[in-house]
Write a protein that binds this ligand. Structure first.
Ligand SMILES: NC(=O)c1ccc[n+]([C@@H]2O[C@H](COP(=O)([O-])OP(=O)(O)OC[C@H]3O[C@@H](n4cnc5c(N)ncnc54)[C@H](O)[C@@H]3O)[C@@H](O)[C@H]2O)c1
Length: 88
């Protein structure tokens, strides 16, 4: 079965340690984390190790050129949820 392509924005406690843990677990049969966005370079590097093959970016607007994203996890700061989701 084809997996759904996921982009995670934010690699803090929520994006890495809650959502990311699920996506990396044996329970995840349906999702492939293909894109990860975080403002911090170090966190992007960690994401590349945790989700081998994913592409990483510092700005979520860099996702706009891709047409294969099925699901976005917006794990940025709460005040960014609305403006980022609106832009997406
Ligand atoms: N921490 C928890 O246990 C928990 C549980 C459920 C929900 N949440 C929610 O998840 C959201 C994130 O919380 P957190 O605890 O993961 O925060 P965090 O500070 O641990 O991580 C946020 C990450 O998002 C990145 N980020 C923020 N804005 C960005 C932007 N515009 N572009 C790129 N990267 C950006 C930061 O660099 C950071 O790595 C909040 O809305 C919070 O309420 C947190």
């Amino acid at each position: 079965m084809k997996k759904l392509n996921v982009a995670i924005i934010g690699q803090g406690r929520s994006g890495k340690n809650i959502h990311g843990v699920y996506f990396r677990s044996a329970d995840n049969l349906y999702y492939d984390v293909k894109y990860v966005v975080d403002a911090e370079e170090y966190r992007r590097g960690v994401a590349e190790e945790l989700h081998p093959g994913c592409k990483t970016f510092s700005d979520y607007r860099e996702l706009f050129i891709f047409d294969d994203i099925d699901l976005v996890v917006n794990a940025t700061y709460s005040e960014m949820h609305y403006p980022i989701t609106r832009d997406l």
